[in-house]
Write a protein that binds this ligand. Structure first.
Ligand SMILES: C[S@@+](CC[C@H](N)C(=O)[O-])C[C@H]1O[C@@H](n2cnc3c(N)ncnc32)[C@H](O)[C@@H]1O
Length: 120
């Protein structure tokens, strides 16, 4: 299995979930600012490379990953850049694969009772 973590920073998510995937899973993370985030681990099966979400992706990433993950990233982009980000990411997913985008909900009030919180 191959897993891609977009805008991985120091690879925290990959390190966190590694044990939940089959032992032979290969993890590849990328970020456009690696110098700001010393990788937590670059030992196989975790690898981190430099790549921007709004630049052409390497050809060998095309329909190459079983699971593509991205967390806490979309608000960094202008609305007009988001379609390119999403199309780059979806282009990496194998047929039958999975893409998981995790973003904050800044709209839902958290001081309300849980039952009135739409996200719950
Ligand atoms: C809030 S951090 C999220 C880090 C990581 N996804 C996590 O959940 O731990 C946002 C990350 O997006 C990266 N980033 C910003 N613009 C990017 C771009 N154009 N291409 C790739 N990564 C980018 C930043 O360098 C930063 O590491």
């Amino acid at each position: 299995m191959r897993v891609l973590d977009a805008a991985t920073a120091d690879g925290y998510w990959m390190k966190d979930v590694k044990a939940d995937f089959p032992d032979d899973t290969k993890f590849l993370g990328f970020d456009n600012a690696l110098e700001g985030y010393p990788p937590l681990s670059t030992n196989p099966p975790l690898k981190i490379v430099q790549q921007s979400l709004v630049k052409d992706f390497p050809a060998d990433w095309s329909i190459a990953f079983d699971f593509v993950h991205q967390r806490f990233v979309i608000p960094l982009f202008k609305a007009e850049e988001v379609p390119l980000v999403l199309s780059n990411l979806t282009g990496c997913v194998k047929p039958g694969g999975w893409i998981q985008l995790v973003e904050m909900d800044f709209q839902t009030p958290v001081s309300e009772p849980l039952e009135s919180c739409k996200a719950v």
